[in-house]
Design a protein around this ligand. Structure first.
Ligand code: SF4
Length: 233
């Protein structure tokens, strides 16, 4: 008898519910596979497949989004640990980099390697790239339209690596990542944020070669990064 009453109660509730949604204007149910699949996803986090660096690199190889492709020998996409906690971002490849297809291999690159070693890391522990992937003629500064054209590669690169820290080297990288026109000397020495990633701006190694007196500032910036990375200073 109890079961019978419970059954009547449930059917009454179902009937009341159908009446309610009919009064609200719903005339029928959509039970298609597509709708069921969509409803099933409600409340679940979106799963966006993360691109691999190799796929991105391959895509960049034929890039002609700005005029710099015309003089390049090689795309200098980036190099290092694809899962690095720390990413160094410089300005643009020089002549040596253009020939070898690797970032920071010339004189400034050798200084960056020594800085990384002084941080008790190896180049293979970190990831190194530039905001511009092709060599600007006569090592001139990158133009705003070139930076804008190349920025999507950099953004997707960072998304693929998902680092904890970024060290921007010099004004162009810093201003591009932080979307500011403030000078590097005002920005360096403290952490900023880029999409939840901590960013430490510092001077470019090429600038240090011309201004060795600034090495002390850079070393202070690197020590702040080391502390965050739990490396003994
Ligand atoms: S600099 Fe960047 S946007 Fe311009 S051609 Fe090279 S890869 Fe493409």
């Amino acid at each position: 008898m109890n079961n019978h009453r419970a059954f009547i109660q449930i059917t009454d509730e179902i009937a009341n519910y159908f009446n309610f949604i009919a009064q609200a204007g719903f005339k029928e149910f959509d039970c298609s596979e597509k709708t069921i699949e969509m409803i099933d996803k409600w409340g679940k986090p979106d799963v966006v497949p993360v691109e691999t660096l190799a796929a991105l690199h391959a895509e960049s190889n034929n890039c002609q989004r700005c005029n710099l492709w015309q003089n390049r020998q090689t795309i200098v996409f980036g190099d290092g640990n694809p899962h690095a906690r720390l990413v160094f971002i410089g300005e643009a490849p020089g002549m040596d980099e253009d020939r070898q297809g690797l970032p920071f291999v010339g004189a400034a690159g050798q200084l960056l390697t020594r800085i990384i070693q002084a941080m008790k890391l190896k180049r293979e522990d970190v990831y190194i790239c530039n905001i511009i992937k092709c060599h600007p003629p006569q090592n001139r500064n990158p133009l705003p339209e070139e930076i804008n054209a190349c920025a999507p590669f950099l953004k997707r690169q960072i998304k693929a690596i998902q680092p904890d820290y970024i060290c921007t080297l010099g004004a162009f990288a810093t201003q591009t990542i932080l979307q500011t026109d403030r000078q590097i000397s005002h920005l360096r020495g403290r952490f900023h944020s880029y999409e939840g990633i901590q960013v430490m701006p510092t001077f470019h190694p090429a600038f240090l070669l011309r201004n060795p007196g600034k090495k002390r500032d850079v070393w202070e910036d690197m020590q702040k990064l080391m502390r965050m990375l739990a490396i003994e200073t």
